[in-house]
Design a protein around this ligand. Structure first.
Ligand code: PMP
Length: 286
């Protein structure tokens, strides 16, 4: 049984309980982060800690934990649960005021709820799906306008993933005003020759921690990076495509809305970026 963290305590997962009045449960009033573990170490911990701080700030919540406290909890859970490869999920909600009300509770009276748990995924780095690539479909992006805040409001991305499953695909890219925003749980890219194209940062997409690292490594490897909008038509015509996220790292996309990219197998650029990302981020893992 897993040991999880809840509000200052390490507990067996079956003993960790949160109030029915928690605003995370009633209103999706909370934020989260997912940090990968490779070789028992945390990948890009400081990137995730910084984004957590920003998400909380945008929602007028204060972080009850310092960066060092957060790091210590992450490490304690990795150690107690013997995680070599996997993820740490962290969620902070506005807490449980003891009743339901749209008005935010007084932060002096209602403390945030802090939950962390591990997900053991042996073989995460050597995921065979990376050799095969993903089939994706496009769906309308009908999410709210602050996708830069990593809230736990994940119903539509979850529905998008189900639409993909029903269509015999693996995942969905969301499209707004004719342009791809991002994947249901990842950032989206296309490749043309030596050029990597991905949507620029704004309130319309999550500022992926993996995205920042991958674009930095791509530039260091002398690849061209163009941060601009692209359409599904342009993507179907691209040499390659891929997605990035903390748990998928870099994952090739081989089919978009039924159109195979190239010969329908991962090309050169995405697998190379995956390799660079895994190598480089392991070097700085803590
Ligand atoms: N976009 C969305 C909508 C996501 O949910 C995620 C992963 N949570 C990402 C992008 C990728 O972000 P990261 O690289 O920080 O995991």
């Amino acid at each position: 049984m897993r040991t999880v963290y809840l509000n200052g305590e390490y507990l067996p997962e079956t003993e960790a309980r949160v109030s029915i009045f928690d605003r995370g449960f009633l209103m999706a009033d909370g934020v989260y982060e997912v940090t990968s573990v490779l070789d028992g170490k945390l990948i890009d911990f400081d990137g995730h800690a910084a984004r957590l701080q920003r998400s909380l700030g945008e929602l007028d919540m204060t972080n009850p934990l310092t960066r060092d406290e957060l790091l210590a909890i992450h490490r304690e859970l990795v150690s107690r649960n013997g995680i070599d490869e996997g993820m740490i999920y962290l969620q902070i909600t506005r807490g449980a005021p003891g009743d339901r009300d749209f008005v935010f509770p007084d932060p002096d009276e209602t403390k945030p709820t802090v939950v962390l748990f591990t997900q053991n995924k042996p073989g995460l780095a050597n995921n065979p799906v990376a050799k095969q690539g993903l089939k994706i479909i496009s769906v309308n992006d009908i999410r709210w306008g602050r996708r830069d805040i990593k809230t736990v409001q994940l119903l539509y991305p979850s529905m998008g993933k189900m639409m993909a499953r029903k269509a015999g695909a693996d995942d969905a890219w969301m499209v707004e005003d004719g342009y791809v925003t991002e994947g249901t749980s990842n950032n989206a890219y296309i490749v043309k020759g030596n050029k990597i194209i991905t949507r620029a940062l704004s309130n319309n997409i999550l500022h992926g921690i993996t995205r920042a690292a991958v674009l930095r490594f791509a530039r260091e490897a002398q690849m061209d990076v163009e941060e601009r909008n692209f359409t599904i038509e342009e993507a179907r015509d691209a040499d390659e495509a891929f997605v990035t996220s903390a748990s998928a790292f870099v994952m090739p996309v081989v089919e978009i809305d039924g159109t195979k990219l190239g010969d329908g197998t991962p090309g050169k650029v995405a697998p190379r970026l995956r390799e660079i990302y895994l190598d480089e981020s392991l070097k700085t893992a803590i």
